[in-house]
Design a protein around this ligand. Structure first.
Ligand SMILES: C[S@@+](CC[C@H](N)C(=O)[O-])C[C@H]1O[C@@H](n2cnc3c(N)ncnc32)[C@H](O)[C@@H]1O
Length: 227
């Protein structure tokens, strides 16, 4: 909540096993709950067991700090063929492009990032996985910060995001970490820079808990960003 901008929104995807507790936690933290988006996967994998219905949805909680949040209504309408967008999104689960077991379809992230931000805004994904959010953020001309605890997945994400070169960097960028107030300067040639174990979470929660948590960014601009 502390690092979400005043007009920003948080989008949390989950399944039946965690979405009730996500909702309760958002309420407890004082978030303003905007929407629940139901992502329907028509091509979801069939279930082998015959004792329940085959899961084919994921629920995405959308929340903000206040009622004055950024929401690109007109773009959402445009994506939906000129009609007001509803909260049931039919997007096929796509075949994995990487070895990560829960890679999300880029179409889903394209929709979320386009509706929730403008070009040059900062998108944060603290559970980066295979880097889908980062790859899409970069394609859509957003600044991006990703956090991943597994070195293996971090490397998958790093390679994937490095492969996206639609917006080559033109300028130097300075990033100042929130806790240490240390400033790092990135040259335009540093398309993707790994700079330090994430200090603001690690400090809060005892460093040992997240020894492999890494922070990287793409698409740097010539301005200071508080990470
Ligand atoms: C559901 S996956 C994310 C998949 C991602 N959306 C994609 O498209 O590939 C969640 C990721 O969060 C990572 N993770 C779990 N706990 C974490 C933590 N405390 N800090 C950072 N990353 C974490 C896991 O290693 C996993 O790769």
């Amino acid at each position: 909540m502390r690092i979400l901008s005043d007009k920003g929104t948080i989008w949390i995807s989950g399944t039946l096993h965690n979405h009730p507790s996500v909702g309760v936690t958002l309420k407890k933290l004082g978030f303003w709950i905007i929407n629940d988006v139901v992502w329907y996967k028509r091509n979801a994998t069939p279930l082998l067991s015959r004792n329940r219905l085959a899961p084919s949805t994921e629920l995405i909680w959308v929340a903000s700090k206040s009622k004055k949040y950024f929401f690109n209504y007109e773009l959402a309408k445009q994506i939906n063929g000129g009609k007001q967008m509803r909260n049931l999104w039919e997007i096929n689960a796509e075949r994995h492009k990487t070895a990560h077991p829960t890679e999300k379809p880029e179409t889903l992230l394209e929709r979320i990032i386009s509706i929730a931000s403008n070009e040059n805004d900062v998108v944060l994904d603290p559970f980066l996985g295979s880097g889908t959010t980062g790859a899409v953020a970069k394609k859509l001309n957003r600044n991006f910060i990703g956090i991943e605890i597994s070195k293996e997945y971090f490397e998958i994400a790093q390679n994937r995001i490095c492969g996206v070169i639609e917006n080559p960097l033109q300028e130097k960028t300075e990033i100042t970490t929130h806790q240490t107030a240390k400033t790092y300067t990135f040259e335009p040639s540093q398309e993707l820079s790994l700079f330090e174990p994430l200090s603001f979470y690690a400090k809060k929660r005892k460093k040992e808990l997240y020894p492999n948590t890494l922070l990287f960014l793409t698409r740097k601009k010539n301005k200071k960003i508080k990470a």
